[in-house]
Design a protein around this ligand. Structure first.
Ligand SMILES: [Fe+2]
Length: 610
């Protein structure tokens, strides 16, 4: 037996993953336990949870792996600062104390974090090796091409390679400061969103704009080669030497200063979002084509933060040369914890691997779950009114009925998801057919920007009726965008509507999940990976004829996705959510008069807007 713990930490999205004899037993992000979004501290709580799940102690670990090589990364920082000295001094001074205190002494920090109870080997893989391992080893493929794209690890910002059997081999790398992730982050910063978390908003904003700056970006910022590799003109960027992402020259090129966060969005930001999205998709497509040409593989595995760009992923699948794609659901740095653990098992220890169908990720339901008795005891302690419904069919029937009545329902069922997307275990769901539901859920339940689109969940067996998806376009982890099928569309785009006004038009039979360009970020739900959600969709379909629902993460703006029934109950009470389901227990808001109450204002005040 081999018990392997993987850790990612100290940059953003710390996480732990436990692999026992090649099985992924548990994986979770630290933020879910500490309630600090993108928590980058040593993932003590996540590690404790993983060991508890397996019923193991720290002393029983055989290997501990860390997802990157701190010395190589330090060398990159040092060389960058030296190259840009003295301009780089400000960020040098800011970054160094942390490095000297923590990161250069990582083996000691890790051992101390593990309570000095672990005395065996520490393994450090390269950052992109960890991403690549997380993309290939849990995938359903015996062999596949691998592409990783992110901001930066040690030096690499992108890597290409092949996975075969129980080995991965990376053959090509692109190096810092030339980085697709950092390029996208520079536009995230410039349009007034938070780097390392607002990239998703920028992608959601893109369909409201026109890509009028794409040519400018390709002419001045990005020297893009046919094979997808590129060089950035660093005079437009500031991330090597300063504390901002873009330089004054960048602002001059686009004719304005960076947008102040939270100030009104203008057409410029919408157009910048559309433009950088188009350039990003072009880079992703060219890279995929090149990778296909040099490897001859028919399958593709993706990871790295840029692999969360589900619009780009959708285009690679539909327009690219690969037959099938599998994307690691925890594509960002949290997934590195899983990658390094799998790498140790297969590549370091040489253990054989056989690809699993549908995949080896277990629906990405790798986090904690909570029992009904525990839930009822908690609800009793806070004086909540609830109904326990142990018959699963009856429960699903009730939930579907509430949604049909236009109620917004919070779901905490089964094990928490690993990765940034909620897949039905920690989700808020609603009626996708409702033209008002998008703004109701954005403004009254999630308290986030009204432009942000919602994603649909659809019965896998009926996906092609609602979305232009071929049979090979499985999207169990909500990582692919597909067009809404023509037969569901209503009318054609209104030429008179511009910018954010496009939001006002109902575009399809499922308007709440149809983006302004008729796209949707689809999660296909199959009974193997997401059984209970599948049953719920079937119930909703029986009652309404529609096999589609809105699925959004269970949190408010700036809050990590809920983990425990306690987290969920607080969010339910602090927002305008109508009903809450905790395993087999149903709560309705209007029945909660006697319960301990928090105001929405108090609830939201706990979280910094992201
Ligand atoms: Fe990364």
């Amino acid at each position: 037996m081999a018990v392997i713990l993987g850790i990612s930490a100290f940059y953003h999205d710390s996480a732990a993953a436990l692999v026992v004899d090649g099985e992924i037993v548990a994986a979770a992000q630290e933020e879910r336990f500490t309630r600090r979004k993108h928590d980058h501290e040593f993932p003590l709580n996540a590690i404790r949870y993983c060991l508890d799940e397996a019923g193991l102690q720290l002393e029983q670990l055989d290997y501990v792996g860390f997802y990157e090589k701190p010395f190589v990364k330090f060398e990159r920082l040092l060389e960058t600062y030296l190259a840009f000295a003295p301009a780089g001094f400000a960020s040098f001074v800011k970054a160094m104390p942390l490095w000297l205190r923590q990161k250069l002494h990582l083996p000691r920090v890790i051992r101390k974090g593990l309570g000095d109870a672990y005395h065996k080997r520490l393994v450090f893989t390269e950052h992109h090796e960890s991403h690549a391992a997380s993309a290939f080893f849990p995938s359903p493929f015996d062999s596949a091409a691998i592409m990783t794209l992110d901001g930066v690890g040690e030096w690499a910002t992108a890597s290409l390679g092949v996975g075969e059997g129980n080995r991965i081999r990376l053959s090509h790398e692109m190096h810092f400061p030339h980085s697709l992730g950092l390029l996208y982050s520079a536009f995230t910063y410039f349009t007034g969103f938070r780097v390392n978390s607002g990239e998703y908003k920028l992608m959601g904003l893109a369909p409201y704009g026109e890509p009028v700056y794409a040519e400018t970006i390709l002419r001045h910022l990005v020297d893009l080669k046919p094979d997808g590799s590129f060089r950035l003109d660093m005079s437009y960027f500031n991330y090597c030497q300063g504390l901002t992402m873009t330089s004054r020259k960048f602002a001059r090129l686009f004719g304005a200063a960076p947008r102040t966060p939270e100030s009104p969005l203008t057409q410029r930001e919408l157009d910048l979002a559309a433009s950088i999205q188009q350039v990003t998709e072009e880079i992703m497509l060219r890279s995929a084509r090149h990778l296909h040409a040099i490897t001859g593989q028919t399958n593709l595995c993706l990871a790295g933060g840029v692999a969360l760009n589900c619009v780009g992923n959708g285009r690679i699948l539909r327009e690219g040369p690969f037959e099938r794609i599998w994307i690691q659901p925890a594509a960002g740095d949290a997934g590195g914890a899983l990658g390094v653990a799998m790498f140790i098992w297969h590549q370091l220890l040489g253990r054989p691997r056989s690809a699993r169908i549908p995949d080896g990720q277990g629906g990405s339901l790798l986090g904690p779950r909570f029992g009904n008795d525990e839930i009822c005891a908690f609800l009793d302690s806070v004086g909540a009114t609830y109904h326990r419904i142990d018959d699963e069919d009856e429960l699903c029937h009730n939930i579907a009925g509430l949604i049909r009545e236009q109620k917004v329902v919070g779901l905490v069922q089964g094990r928490m998801e690993f990765g940034p997307r909620a897949l039905g275990s920690r989700s808020i769901i609603g009626d996708a057919r409702s033209p008002e539901m998008q703004s109701v859920m954005n403004l009254k339940v999630k308290f986030r920007e009204s432009f942000r689109p919602f994603a649909p969940i659809v019965l896998r067996e009926r996906m092609s009726e609602y979305f232009d998806m071929r049979d090979n376009e499985d999207s169990p982890y909500m990582l692919l965008v597909a067009p809404v099928a023509a037969r569901q569309r209503l009318g054609s785009p209104d030429e008179n509507l511009h910018g954010l006004d496009k939001l006002k038009l109902a575009r399809s039979t499922i308007p709440a999940v149809t983006h302004v360009d008729y796209s949707a970020r689809v999660q296909t739900v199959d009974p193997q990976r997401h059984a209970r959600l599948h049953k719920l969709l079937q119930n909703f379909e029986q009652q309404t004829g529609c096999p589609v629902l809105i699925n959004t993460s269970f949190n408010v703006r700036g809050e990590p996705i809920v983990c425990t029934p306690q987290d969920a109950y607080r969010c339910f009470m602090g927002t305008n959510m109508d009903a809450l389901v905790l395993e087999n227990v149903l709560l309705r808001k209007h029945e909660q008069q006697g319960a301990v109450d928090v105001t929405t204002k108090q609830y939201l005040a706990q979280f910094a807007a992201d």
